[in-house]
Design a protein around this ligand. Structure first.
Ligand code: BG6
Length: 501
């Protein structure tokens, strides 16, 4: 999507260097996304894709591996339809321009080879995509800078895409920003949060600001509280090593959940451009109240999954320390201290091995007065929820109360809804298509600016600090809706979680 434009042209010629070419991200997400862009005619025929990694493989072997992996993935999803997943003509034009550089990220020679590659293609534009372990982010950007590869000229942009995790707390994120900015300008840095590539996440902004009706009640006069949930059924998926040093808070909150919060809570930007949108996001994330350590403890719950539903507990997962205290679930209450949201709690929760996969934002409206219903069978009127369903069952749904037909006054829950599948045919996509396209065309709207990242870490830092000193790690059975302590976090305020099922 080109912000504010309803049609798009193919991205300009460029060379895309994929550092960490043998990693999971490249084969599982980036290459399928590049294929989808090529299929949709959104790549220039002069887009060159160059894998960079330490393994010794030829250009052809590298391209073949990527091809086979896309096919394998498609087969896993749909054994019969897999052959149609790759159009041989589209693949052939893409494969012609795939090559590979064997190189050590810490060796200047690698960067000399990259420089020569750019000269050989005769295309000035280049994107350096850091799909590597975070420990190489600085190293690669420093050496790119030293080799003069980040120097921009007309018709020769130089952009660096930095994957998640961007730091592991506020000081490390500030440090990384500082170091990257030694070698390039903010306009050259594309910090990825893949949630922003999701259609349903982009649609929050479009729905809010293109439908005048929402603005009238989008504030603390009508909204009681907001719940943001990212529930996953998967466990740590073979990433025990990485996850055990990170945990649910760092993995999901300052990035994905805060991006959802920002989309729902930001003020209307003056335009759908990178500066305006990211400026509003920085403001709203910056308005999250910094809890004291004690408040942070009182307003958070962390937990770890135990065995349940035939699935092993977290501590039995491969490459996880059997005595680990790392949380796989977190529930938080945060307050946004600005005029629109003062007094409206935002409850956030995310966890692995929960009962269902469900990423949603549930906006709970204030209770209607009860007076007219005193003599009816209604035990308690339910509040209205507007639910923005990010995945799966993408759509927007509104829960209402209605009178069941008949002589008695009996209330029933009903739903108004817009489901994507009823209106749009969505071509298979990974969410990375938009982000890669935007980077190639120079649109930073859906990428995190330095201040967005730092404000996110600033808001979670009190939880990190408080948990380092105190606080219990609760347990929840795999396959459940999370720990009881998370229910109490809301019950204490007289509220309940929107059911996951
Ligand atoms: C990643 C996290 O950033 O997001 C994973 O590292 C998590 O732990 C994933 O599973 C969730 O993404 P999605 O798109 O499946 O909601």
């Amino acid at each position: 999507m080109k912000r504010g434009k309803s049609t798009v042209d193919p991205a300009p010629p460029s060379t895309l260097f994929l550092f960490g070419a043998h990693g999971d991200l490249v084969k599982r997400l980036l290459m399928p996304a590049l294929y989808n862009l090529a299929r949709d005619g959104l790549l220039d025929t002069d887009l060159h894709i160059v894998g960079v990694d330490h393994n010794q493989v030829s250009d052809q072997e590298f391209a073949d591996r990527l091809h086979d992996f896309i096919l394998e993935q498609a087969r896993a999803k749909d054994p019969e339809g897999a052959e149609k997943a790759i159009d041989p003509k589209v693949w052939a034009t893409l494969a012609e321009r795939i090559s590979y550089i064997t190189g050590d990220f810490t060796d200047d020679e690698t960067y000399q080879t990259i420089g020569r590659k750019i000269q050989d293609t005769g295309i000035g534009n280049a994107v350096f995509y850091l799909a590597t372990s975070p420990r190489f982010f600085r190293e690669v950007s420093r050496r790119l800078g030293k080799a003069g590869l980040l120097y921009e000229k007309p018709q020769a942009y130089r952009r660096v895409v930095v994957e998640k995790p961007f730091g592991s707390d506020l000081p490390s994120a500030e440090g990384l920003n500082h170091d990257l900015l030694q070698d390039m300008s903010e306009a050259q840095i594309y910090r990825i949060d893949h949630y922003l590539g999701k259609e349903t996440v982009q649609n929050i902004m479009v729905s809010r600001f293109s439908n005048g009706i929402f603005e009238a009640f989008w504030n603390n006069h009508y909204i009681d509280h907001v719940q943001i949930t990212a529930a996953e059924t998967v466990g740590v998926e073979g990433r025990g090593n990485f996850y055990d040093s990170i945990g649910a808070l760092r993995d999901m909150v300052p990035n994905h959940l805060f991006q959802l919060l920002a989309m729902v809570a930001m003020e209307p930007p003056a335009a759908f451009g990178a500066d305006a949108v990211r400026g509003e996001k920085a403001k709203v994330i910056g308005a999250i109240r910094p809890w004291t350590r004690q408040e942070a403890l009182a307003n958070s719950v962390r937990a770890q999954y135990a065995a349940g539903n035939g699935q092993p507990g977290y501590l039995e997962e491969p490459k996880v320390d059997p005595a680990s205290q790392t949380e796989t679930y977190v529930a938080l209450k945060v307050m946004v201290d600005n005029w629109r949201w003062v007094g409206v709690p935002f409850y956030l929760r995310t966890g692995k091995r929960l009962a269902v996969r469900d990423t949603e934002i549930a906006i709970c409206f204030k209770q209607a007065p009860y007076a007219q219903f005193r003599d009816t069978e209604v035990a308690r009127l339910k509040p209205n929820y507007l639910t923005i369903q990010i995945q799966p069952n993408e759509g927007i749904f509104f829960d209402l109360q209605a009178k069941r037909p008949g002589p008695a006054l009996v209330m029933e829950d009903v739903k108004l809804g817009f489901a994507y599948k009823d209106y749009f045919q969505m071509a298979p996509s990974t969410g990375y298509e938009t982000l890669i396209y935007d980077c190639l065309t120079g649109d930073q709207t859906l990428f995190q600016r330095a201040d967005n990242i730092e404000n996110g870490w600033r808001a979670v830092q009190p939880f990190i600090d408080a948990w380092a000193e105190a606080g219990e790690v609760h347990a929840y059975p795999a396959g459940s809706e999370g720990p009881e302590a998370a229910d109490q976090l809301l019950a204490r305020d007289g509220r309940k979680w929107h059911s996951l099922r």
